[in-house]
Design a protein around this ligand. Structure first.
Ligand code: G16
Length: 501
C-alpha cells in the first residue's frame, strides 16, 4: 500500500498551506484547487468501502455553484450522505501536507480498525462541468492505489448515483443499478400514479423544464421515452448554448423569485427548474396578471404531506407523518403544517444530511429544504404495513386503491440526500458570534410585522447567507438589507456595504 499511495499521490500534489473543509455537501471550491482532494477522496472512499463491506459512491459535482467550481460528495451504502465522523476524516486527509498523507491515512485505518485485505468497490459519477473528466480520473487513481475496484458511470445526476449505490448494496432489491433501471423504476411508478389522473388535458401534461444547462437536461431527454407521452416536456437551458447555472436553474429561480432566462412561460403554464446536478427542483407559474408564483420546497412538502395524509386515511393506516424543515422554511408554511394539517414539524440545520437523519425518526418523514432539495422516507415498518395491506384479501377495493397509490409513491420517490466568524445555534436560527450580531438582528426584526431573520455561513460558497421574511415583499427586502448591513459591520464584511435590494 505505502509505495503505491506515495507514488500516485505525487501525481496529485497538495498545494502547500491550502486548507479546505468538508462542508454542507462535501468539498466545493474552484476546480483548480481540487485535484489532490479528489485523489484523497478516492482513498477515503476505498477505506469506507472496506470498513462497511459495501459499495460507496463518489459524485464529482459542484451542484448550484458556477461552472468554474467543482466539488465532491461521498455517498454511503444505502445512498445516504457519509456520516459526520467520516466527514472529519475527509477534512483530515484533504489537509494533510504531502509528506504526512500516509501517516494520516494510517491513523484513519487504525481508528476505524479497517481490515485492508477486504475488497473495495466504488461507483463514480460526474456532472457536466468541463473539469469533471480530469477530476474523476484523480478519484479513480486514489481508489486504484489502494487496490479498490471502480465502476465509472460517467455523466449522471446526483440522485442517479445515489440510486446505483443503493441498488448495488441491496443486491438489486431496490432496482437494477443501471441508468435504464433507474428510468424504468421511476417511470413505472409515475405511470401508475398518473392513471388516476387519466382525464388530464394536453395542457396539464405539458411541463416546461429548465435544465440549468446541466446534467438534468441531458437525463430528462433520455427519460422522456419511458414516460409514454404522459408527460410532454419542453426543455430550455439544455446546454446547447448557455453556461451552467448562469441566469437559470433552481437556485437562480429561488433567489431571484423570477423565471430563468430562455424560458417562454405562457399564463398558467407549469414550469420547473433543476440545479446543476439535478438534485433540487422548484416549480413555478405566472398568473393572468403576470405575477410570478414559486412552489418551492416548503410548498412541495406541504402538497406531498397533504396527499399522503389523504391516502393514509383512505387506506385506514395509522402511521405517523412528519415534515422536516430548516430555518429557511417560511414561517407561514410551518404554521400551516402544524395548525391546519396537524402534522409534526421539526427543524434541523441546513444540509440534506441533517434533514435526512431527522426524517428517519418517523413512519413517514417528508423533508424538503426551501431551495428544493428533498424527498420522503418511509420506515421499513411502514413499508411492511403497506405491502401487507395490498396482499390482504380482506382489504376492500377503496382501501386497496389507496395503498397501491402509496406503494407507487414509494417507488416514485428516490429515497436515497472569513464567513466562519459567524457561529450559530438553535438549528442555525440564532448567531452566537460575533458578539452583538444576534441582538442587532433581534431589534431589526422587531420593527416589522410577522418578521423573521437569521444569518449563517454557507457551507458551499464563500458567503454569509441572510434570510428575511416579513408581511410584505418590500418589508422583507428592507429587513434583509438592514440585516446584511449589520453583518457587514459586525462580522467584518469584505468590500463595499451591501446595497438595498
Ligand atoms: C447543498 C446541500 C443542501 C444545501 C445547499 C446550500 O446543496 O446539499 O442541503 O441547502 O448546499 O448550502 P449552504 O447554504 O451551506 O451553501 P447543493 O445542491 O449545492 O449540493
Amino acid at each position: 500500500m505505502n509505495q503505491e499511495v506515495s507514488q500516485k499521490s505525487k501525481l496529485h500534489p497538495k498545494p502547500e498551506g491550502l486548507a479546505l473543509q468538508y462542508g454542507t455537501a462535501g468539498f466545493r471550491t474552484h476546480a483548480k484547487h481540487l485535484d489532490h482532494i479528489m485523489f484523497r477522496m478516492g482513498l477515503l472512499a476505498t477505506l469506507r468501502s472496506k470498513k462497511t463491506k459495501s459499495t460507496i459512491g463518489v459524485m464529482v459535482t459542484a451542484s448550484h455553484n458556477p461552472e468554474e467550481d467543482n466539488g465532491v460528495k461521498l455517498i454511503d451504502p444505502m445512498g445516504e450522505m457519509v456520516t459526520a465522523v467520516w466527514e472529519g476524516y475527509a477534512t483530515q486527509l484533504a489537509n494533510a501536507e504531502q509528506d504526512s498523507l500516509l501517516k494520516e491515512l494510517k491513523d484513519v485505518i487504525e481508528k476505524e480498525d479497517i481490515d485492508m485485505s477486504e475488497p473495495a468497490s466504488i461507483y463514480i459519477g460526474k456532472d457536466t462541468r468541463p473539469s469533471g473528466a480530469s477530476l474523476s480520473r484523480a478519484v479513480l487513481d486514489g481508489v486504484s492505489s489502494l487496490g479498490g475496484k471502480t465502476h465509472d458511470y460517467g455523466l449522471v445526476t446526483t440522485p442517479q448515483l445515489h440510486y446505483m449505490v443503493c441498488c448495488c448494496n441491496t443486491h438489486g432489491c431496490y432496482g437494477s443499478p443501471t441508468v435504464e433501471g433507474y428510468y424504468q423504476k421511476l417511470s413505472q411508478a409515475f405511470l401508475q400514479l398518473s392513471q388516476n389522473a387519466s382525464n388530464c388535458t394536453d395542457d396539464q401534461k405539458r411541463l416546461l423544464v429548465d435544465g440549468a444547462n446541466g446534467i438534468g437536461a441531458l437525463k430528462m431527454t433520455e427519460m422522456e421515452p419511458f414516460l409514454c407521452s404522459k408527460l410532454h416536456m419542453v426543455l430550455s437551458n439544455d446546454s446547447s448554448s448557455g453556461k451552467l447555472n448562469h441566469m437559470c436553474g433552481a437556485d437562480y429561480v429561488k433567489v431571484q423569485q423570477n423565471a430563468p432566462q430562455g424560458m417562454n412561460m405562457g399564463v398558467g403554464e407549469r414550469c420547473c427548474s433543476f440545479d446543476g446536478d439535478a438534485d433540487r427542483i422548484v416549480y413555478y407559474y405566472t398568473d393572468s396578471k403576470g405575477c410570478f408564483h414559486l412552489l418551492d420546497g416548503d410548498k412541495i412538502a406541504t402538497l406531498i404531506s397533504t396527499y399522503l395524509k389523504e391516502l393514509l386515511t383512505q387506506a385506514g393506516l395509522n402511521l405517523q407523518i412528519a415534515v422536516v424543515q430548516t430555518a429557511y422554511a417560511n414561517g407561514s408554511s410551518t404554521r400551516y403544517l402544524e395548525d391546519v394539517m396537524k402534522v409534526a414539524v421539526c427543524c434541523t440545520k441546513t444540509g440534506v444530511k441533517h434533514l435526512h437523519h431527522a426524517a428517519q425518526e418517523y413512519d413517514i418523514g417528508v423533508y424538503f429544504e426551501a431551495n428544493g432539495h428533498g424527498t420522503v422516507l418511509f420506515s421499513k415498518a411502514a413499508q411492511k404495513q403497506i405491502q401487507e395491506l395490498v396482499k390482504d384479501p380482506k382489504t376492500n377495493d377503496e382501501r386497496k386503491r389507496a395503498v397501491r397509490l402509496l406503494e407507487s409513491t414509494i417507488n416514485l420517490i428516490n429515497q436515497v440526500s472569513d464567513r466562519r466568524v459567524i457561529d450559530t445555534t438553535d438549528a442555525e436560527r440564532r448567531a452566537v458570534t460575533p458578539e452583538g450580531l444576534q441582538d442587532a438582528i433581534d431589534s431589526l426584526v422587531k420593527k416589522y410585522k410577522t418578521a423573521r431573520s437569521f444569518v449563517r455561513p454557507s457551507g458551499t460558497e464563500d458567503v454569509v447567507r441572510v434570510y428575511a421574511e416579513a408581511d410584505t415583499q418590500e418589508n422583507a427586502d428592507r429587513l434583509a438589507h438592514e440585516v446584511s448591513l449589520a453583518v457587514h459591520r459586525l462580522a467584518g464584511g469584505v468590500g463595499d456595504e451591501p446595497k438595498p435590494l
